[in-house]
Each structure stands twice: as C-alpha cells, then as structure tokens.
Design a protein around this ligand. Sequence first.
Ligand SMILES: *Cc1c(COP(=O)(O)O)cnc(C)c1O
Length: 407
Amino acid sequence: MIPLIKPNPPRLSEAAAMLRQIENSGLFSNFGPVNTQFEESLVARMFGGTGACLTVCNATIGLMLAVQLVCENRASRRKYALMPSFTFAAAAQAALWCGLTPLFCDIDPQSWAASAEAEDELLRRYRDQIAVVMPYATFGYDIDLNRYARIQAELGIPVVVDAAASLGTVSAHGHGFGTGYPGAVVFSMHATKSFAAAEGGVIYSADVALIARLRAMSNFGFGQPRTATMLGLNAKLSEVGALLALLKLDGYEHVVASRGAIVERYRETLPGLQFQAAPPRHQVHQFAPVLLPRALAPRRDDVQAVLKTSGIGMATYFSPHLAEQPFFTGKSRKGPLEVTRDVAARIISLPVYDEMTLGDADEVAERLGTTIRAMEQAASHAAPSRQRGYRPQFPVAPAIYTTIAAG
Ligand SMILES: *Cc1c(COP(=O)(O)O)cnc(C)c1O
C-alpha cells in the first residue's frame, strides 16, 4: 500500500512527560508557555528571527481573521477578494465569511500560481472594487512576495497570502517562505500537510503590530483585558495542539529533504510528464502534482482506478477548481480561466509522505508510466487512421514518447 498522504504528527503517547507538565501547569490554552515557546522557536528557526507568529486553531480561521482585519475599514464598494480559481475551497470560504465576493483569476502555466498578467488585468478592471488580494503559494511554491508588497504599497490594496502548504519552503533569501513580508502569511499545520500537527495554523508577518492585533482578534477581540475592542472570535490553539507543533519542529528539515527527494525521483522517472516549475530553493511537498498528457485528461478517473488496484493512492488537487464548484457559482465572479481549466483537467497528485522510500516512488512511477503507455497505445489502435501521422499537440517533453515506443 502506497497511500497519497500518510499523516505523521508527533506521537503524543511518547511525550507523556510533556503532557504531564501541561496538566500540572493548569494552563491548557490562552497562549500558554508551550504555545509561546513554539511561536518563538518558529520565528527563530524559520523566519530568521524577524517578525512575529501567531498560532491559530486552523488556517481557514487564520485566513478569515487576516482578511477581516485588513478589510476592516474598506469602502463599501470594495467587495471583491481577488484569488486564483486553482486553490482550495478554504480561501473562497474565508472571503465569503468576511462578506466579500471571490473574484477568480487564471494561473501561470508553469508555477500554477495566480498569473501576474491575469491579476493585473483584473486589478485594472475592478481596481476600486477590490478589497483584498489573496494569492496562493501553490503546493508550497515560492511565489514572488515582492510583487504583492508592491501591489499593497502602490495600489493601497491589502494582501493576505494563503501559504497553507508552505511551512518548510525556503525562499531564495535562504529563510522560510514569507520571511520579511509585511502582510499576513497564513500556514496550515493540518495532519495532511507536511508540517503535521493534527489541526492548527500559523500567521506570520514581519509587521509585529499586525500580529498583535490578530492575536487580540483571535481572543474574542479583547484589545484590553476582558474588553472587546474589535470584531473577534476564538481562534486559539490549545497547549496540547501547541505541543504537537513544537515537537514537529524537531528534525523537520529532514522531513522537507526526504519529501523533496521523492519528488526529485518522480521528476527523473517520469520525464515525459509536466511537473510544476522548480523554485530556486527548497520547496516543501505535501504530495507530487503532475499533469497528464492532454489526450488522457478524459481518462483521469481510469488512471486513478488502475493505481488503486495496485494499492497506490492518487488524488486530483485542485479539480474541480473553485469556479467549477456549484456553491461558489452565484457568489463569485471570474476572469478568463483558460490555463486553470487546462491544468485542473489534467492534474493528478501522487503520493509523498515522511517515511516513503525512493523504491516506493519508483513503484508509483512504474505503474503510472505503464498505465499511460497502455492507454496511449489503446487510443492509437482505436483510431488507426490517425496513428501514422500521430504528433503530440501539446507541450510534453518527448521522452515519454520514447518510453512509450520502447515499452
Ligand atoms: C489545507 C489548506 C487550507 C486549509 O487549512 P486548514 O488548516 O485545514 O484550515 C487552506 N488553503 C489551502 C490552499 C490548503 O491547502
């Protein structure tokens, strides 16, 4: 069995002494000592000791808090939350909870993150109606945060970064993704993410005052002792949750490295498939997304079924993309989504987990490669008149065809 994801939060059963310490302290939540230690360790170890972190009970609530805060004094005509359609439902849900209307933009064909051109086009078209820009650091990709700092500074439109899968990504500057960024960057610690701590999230910002306000918001809006001074809710992480997060920090760089090695192996063994563009430094991988050849997109379910019979897990993040999900249809607007449609129709997510071996990756690649080859051969037999002049109509590296011919 090679599942898509194998959650690996720290083993609480092996941390009895630390659990007992929490019990003896009598402090179970409300930014207790374990939570403080985690927040400070995270800033020191991942964010070069600059800025501040706030833990939250999950990243979706974290997004809601950050969006609500930066939109606090928005003009009523500013009703849109600009985000890629190729992301997780949580981003659109957070915008809706804040009374905003998601405005979906297209993605870049290489990074699969919001395309700068698509964003700029919608920023021009809806300029004084956009309340917030919500880019997604797609699958842990190191998106260009300087661009978003410029949008915020030059257009005065706030930005909240959905970096749910990015805890562990190291940017070109050598520190964790988000380091030095003056707006809110929201990470998830859900069991299925690489930084697995059951449930939980982290908001980072270089702006310490922003984190302080978010902290008050996350604690019933108590800007003063027991006195609400702003809209708030309860978004706190428990001390046991913080302990899971603190323990996950130990040796986490090895988790990032071994997951990176699995994706590297897929790149080597599946050279004909299109992978996400590789960022300059380390990217943390929750799973390995790749695009099927265009001709096989309609057979994606069959590919999944074949892998399943071999005990291999596969998923299709993010398909359907947000603009395709009926619930969002009447509650959102969208720009052109050509690349999103193409990528979402072809994408498959391959297994990556902490203890996965290169041998496991080889098994997945072998099974997938064989399946693709068989399906392409069957397609060419089914249409013999087209077989002779068969030329791929899509930008897939030729190596897969060599493999197909050789097999
Ligand atoms: C996982 C995920 C979230 C939600 O994180 P939770 O901590 O589970 O709330 C939000 N956005 C994206 C892109 C995600 O992948």
